[in-house]
Design a protein around this ligand. Sequence first.
Ligand SMILES: [Zn+2]
Length: 259
Amino acid sequence: MSQNSARRQVVKAYCAAAEKVLERAQDTEAAEVLAFIRSHGALTKPVGSNRFTRIEDPDMTPAVMLVPYLDTMEVKHSPFAAMLRRAEALYVTQGHLHLLLLRSQVRYSPVWRACVFLHESYHARTGVYSPVNLQDSRVLSAHERDTHCFHNRLIAGCGGDGFRELLDREVAALAKEYERTGTALGVRSLLRKPALDALRQLEKLFGPAYSEEERTVRTTDLAIATSFAFFEQRAPERAAELQANFYYEHCLRRVPSVA
Ligand SMILES: [Zn+2]
C-alpha cells in the first residue's frame, strides 16, 4: 500500500468509528461535526519536522488538514510529539492552518477512539467557523466546557441506561463528599477519582480499555462527566459557569473566579 492510501485508510477508520458512535448515541450534532470533517478535511502528510503538504483538496474551504501519522517515527518527528504521546487525535492551529493530527496506532477501543476524534473535530469546527481566542484562558475554558458537554453526551448516549446508572452513583458519591468536607463548589478537590468498580463497570459497558493511556482517559472522562452532572444537579443556574471554571482550574491550573 502506498503511503497516501495508508493515510487515507487511517482517516477512513476514524470516520467509520465516529459514524458508529453517532448512530449509537443518536446525536445530530455529532453527525454535523463528522459531516464537517468529511467536507472540509484535506488529507495531508507531514513533511520533515515542521511542514505539512496537502495530498488532496477538500470539497469545501477553509480546509482542516487531516494529518495521519503512520508510525511512531513520524510521531517522534512531529512538532507536537509531546502532546501526541498522550492523545490519539489532536486539533492544533498553526498560523492560519487548522491541523487535525491522527495517530494510526490504535491504543483506544472503538467508542473511546471515536469520541476523542469527535471531540477534536468539534474543536476544529469551532476553529474554522467561529475562531475563539485560545490564548484567553476564560474563552478557552468556556469552549472546552462546551466540547466536554458534547463529549459527555456521546459517552452517555453509547453507554445507555447502564452508563446513566453508573453516573448517578458517582454523582451521589461526589455529593456525599461535598457535604462531608464542605468544599466550595468548583474547586479542585471536587474532582472525584472514580472508584475502581466504576472503572470495571465501564469495561462492562464499553468493553476493555486497550491500553494504560485509554484507562487514564476513561478515568478523566468519567470524573469530568460526574462533576458536570453534579453542578447541573446542585446549582443548575450556575452550572455552565462552574463547568467552565472547573476546566479553568483543572487543566489550566488557575484559581477559579467563583467560590
Ligand atoms: Zn478539548
